[in-house]
Write a protein that binds this ligand. Structure first.
Ligand SMILES: CC(C)(COP(=O)(O)OP(=O)(O)OC[C@H]1O[C@@H](n2cnc3c(N)ncnc32)[C@H](O)[C@@H]1OP(=O)(O)O)[C@@H](O)C(=O)NCCC(=O)NCCSC(=O)C1=CCCCC1=O
Length: 378
């Protein structure tokens, strides 16, 4: 049967296929594009069809992206979307520490601080990359190999599915870093997890464990990644063995404290990270799409993405403009504090001093910003 359909394809398909891709074939350092052979859910190799893997790779800086890397991710998404032989897209990061921690905070501090028109240009690229995820004609799966934070959390939330290893943390660079989470998070979160939970996640700047993200409905699945003495164990730093505490409060995925945390840290130190279960889970999902009608799948995705896309399209250009202008004031201070700070001195501004100055009506002068930096604290 296969050879007959193969002959039909050979005779009926146009001799010269038109390339509908928007960009020429390019190799961008820090972004790998790879077509991996597809398999059926039974594990049989499906000749001639693939899943496109896009890997963000800047491990020394937790896979944060540069301008060129954003271009590379966008190009890769569009290439995969157009590729006739690609079934689904997997967006991931290299290594096991970070999926991606968003924009390169050092670039933000050195180049974009006090340069709103340049950050507007950056945001053009960023917004178009988020949009590229949501108009991709294939399902996009975010394979969370490690921490997903900042703009990367927003890029990840735009994906159709997220599968995470359970040591990964989810965070957002919001008001603590001098930004608002308006690169997608404030559009997607209310739709995905409800308004009340979105308010907490979108303002408090607290990292969530993968288990909590799963509990909130922010991600699709979680798998263990820590191997101790050859056996997988769940993340020992968070509660995974019960849903509620003795008072009925939800605790699944919340950080452990006290003695339980110390024991958890000791167990973590004994183990090694193994992402084989993550890969198996991603492959399992990818394989499901192989045995579906392609157009019906794309139409289903397009229909189901609408609530996220409508919120995104309503706000993205205004938000881009605000984020650009905010580079004159709060983001300038926030990103400089990260770049100029250190683990010892801290990487946040002196919030109390800022509020005290603003309470007296002080303007955002360069010397005010200089004096908020972690190393100038006395
Ligand atoms: C919370 C962190 C991500 C991780 O903290 P920790 O686990 O303590 O590790 P660190 O020692 O801080 O990090 C290890 C090294 O990686 C460097 N690093 C990490 N993230 C970045 C980054 N985003 N840019 C540049 N460098 C990064 C870090 O400096 C360490 O290197 P070193 O040489 O010093 O050992 C924490 O690192 C953190 O908070 N990072 C910053 C996250 C951040 O602010 N991201 C930018 C968010 S804003 C954003 O992405 C966007 C917003 C609007 C829309 C568009 C957009 O992109």
């Amino acid at each position: 049967m296969r050879s007959v359909t193969d002959q039909i394809a050979r005779h009926r398909a146009p001799r010269q296929l038109t390339d509908h891709g928007v960009a020429p074939d390019v190799v961008v350092p820090g972004v790998a594009y790879e077509k991996r052979p597809a398999r059926t859910p039974r594990g049989d190799l499906a000749q001639g069809i693939y899943h496109a893997w896009i890997t963000i790779d800047n491990q020394a800086q937790f896979n944060s992206y540069s301008v060129d890397m954003l271009k590379g991710i966008q190009w890769a998404l569009k290439t995969a979307s157009n590729a006739r032989d690609v079934v689904s897209v997997v967006l991931t990061g290299a290594g096991s520490k970070a999926f991606c921690t968003g924009g390169n905070a050092t670039d933000f501090a050195r180049y974009y601080a006090r340069n709103p028109q340049e950050f507007r240009q950056f945001m053009r690229l960023f917004n178009d990359t988020v949009s590229a995820v949501m108009v991709c004609e294939k399902p996009v799966i975010c394979r969370v190999n490690g921490m997903r934070t900042g703009g990367a959390q927003e890029l990840g939330l735009a994906c159709d599915f997220t599968i995470a290893q359970d040591l990964a943390l989810f965070g957002l660079a919001g008001p603590k870093h001098g930004g608002a989470m308006i690169g997608g998070a404030t559009d997607f979160l209310p739709v995905m997890i409800g308004a009340e939970a979105a308010l907490a996640v979108g303002t408090l700047c607290e990292s969530l464990s993968a288990h909590k993200a799963r509990r909130l409905g922010m991600i699709t699945a979680v798998v263990p990644a820590l191997k101790v003495d050859g056996n997988f164990v769940p993340n020992p730093l968070v509660v995974t063995d019960r849903c509620v505490d003795e008072f009925g409060e939800l605790v699944l995925g919340e950080p452990k404290t006290g003695e339980a945390l110390l024991q958890g840290k000791a167990l973590l130190a004994l183990g090694e990270v193994d992402l084989s279960l993550l890969d198996a889970k991603v492959e399992e999902l990818c394989a499901k799409f192989v045995t579906m009608f392609p157009d019906s799948l794309t139409k289903s995705l397009e229909a189901l993405r609408k609530p996220k896309i409508e919120a995104w399209n309503r706000n993205k250009e205004d938000n881009r403009a605000w984020l650009a202008l905010n580079m004159m004031t709060e983001a300038c201070a926030g990103f400089r504090a990260f770049a100029e700070g250190s683990k010892e001195a801290g990487r946040e501004i002196d919030f109390v001093a800022l509020r005290q100055a603003l309470a007296k009506g002080a303007p955002w002068t360069p010397d005010l910003i200089d004096n908020l930096m972690p190393h100038t604290r006395n």
